[in-house]
Design a protein around this ligand. Structure first.
Ligand code: SF4
Ligand code: SF4
Length: 325
């Protein structure tokens, strides 16, 4: 039976399309956006995450994660003073509550997950779970009344969901057959044949437009924007609907010029664009990079409210309904 690899499922989501929704996040993406707030979404394989704040320390665990790793990829790492214990015992000697944490040597780790199986604190966790379509559809059932009452539904997101084309098609079709409103949150970077196959089962595409200059797009996110824009034109011609999403990233696309060019493209897509959603860069995902041993994260100052309002005014001046996340 066909399975899809999922890294998260978020119920009661209100920013991933109309109404109240459940968003299913699929693993794996061909793009490499350095501001990505879910870096664990990028790799297709299951990946070990390390949450230092959850670690109980090797003394408590009797080194069991170190012993579980046959590849020698876990070693003693930094120490941490356990603030919780100190809060409970004001005035106590911090040395008594110093925990010996571990460190994952990523060059030796093959993401087998053996250490995660023995870590009861879930400080070591394997990100990525394989589900069948039936399993996911069954999970959605309990929230259908919320979806129906609010005009919501199910959003299939990623990563890039179209990078698991057979599974995403089967999932969207199964949801549509059961009367769910469906949204597909996509980079748009996929072969047209794949996009075309899901068209009848997607009520609205949440399409990211990151930069209108293809060379800049490719230099930063590692793929050109040509296939994305072409797919968007074809979806519009086929009668598909869009919520266009524009992340506003300082030093990349946060300029009046790019905003105008993006708005002009949205105008070209005509009535298929229901709304343009501007997403201000935030740095809440930065800590996640360390968890997977990745250091390619963008660290920038988020745009100000005034700047976001300015971007919104530009978009609206083209007659586009525009919201800020
Ligand atoms: S990573 Fe898990 S098993 Fe290892 S010391 Fe920390 S809590 Fe214990
Ligand atoms: S996932 Fe496997 S190889 Fe990696 S640290 Fe854990 S036990 Fe070792």
């Amino acid at each position: 039976m066909i399975t899809g690899r999922v890294y998260d499922i978020q119920p009661f989501s209100v920013h991933d399309g109309p109404g109240v929704r459940t968003t299913i996040f699929l693993k794996g993406c061909p793009l490499r956006c350095p501001w990505c707030h879910s870096p664990e979404s990028q790799a297709f394989y299951k990946q070990l995450s390390w949450f230092s704040m959850r670690c109980l320390g090797t003394k408590v665990c009797n080194d069991k994660c170190l012993k579980a790793c046959e590849k020698g990829a876990i070693e003693y790492g930094q120490t941490r003073v356990d603030g919780t214990a100190l809060d409970l015992n004001p005035g106590a000697d911090p040395a008594e509550y110093t925990l010996q944490l571990v460190h994952v040597k990523r060059d030796l780790c093959d993401n087998c997950g053996d250490c995660a199986k023995v870590c009861r604190a879930k400080a070591l966790e394997l990100t990525g779970t394989d589900y069948t379509v039936d399993e996911l559809v069954r999970m959605m059932k309990k929230d259908k009344q919320f979806f129906d009452r609010t005009g919501g539904g199910v959003t299939v997101s990623g990563g890039e969901a179209l990078s698991q084309p057979e599974f995403t098609l089967a999932l969207l079709k199964a949801l549509k057959d059961r009367g769910y409103h469906t949204a597909l949150d996509t980079t748009g970077f996929a072969p047209w044949a794949v996009v075309e196959s899901v068209l009848p089962y997607v009520d609205i595409f949440l399409l990211d437009l990151k930069h209108m200059d293809s060379a800049t797009h490719e230099a930063v996110v590692k793929v050109p924007n040509g296939p994305i824009l072409e797919n968007a034109r074809k979806i519009a011609a086929a009668g598909g609907k869009f919520q266009i999403r524009v992340p506003i990233i300082p030093g990349f696309n946060a300029s009046e010029k790019n905003m105008r060019e993006t708005a002009e493209f949205c105008v070209e897509l005509g009535e298929s664009v229901e709304v343009v959603q501007l997403l201000p860069y935030h740095n809440l995902g930065v800590a996640k990079y360390a968890r997977i041993g990745d250091d390619k994260v963008l660290q920038a100052e988020p745009p100000t409210d005034e700047f976001m309002e300015h971007m919104k005014e530009i978009c609206e001046s083209y007659g586009l309904k525009t919201i800020i996340h």
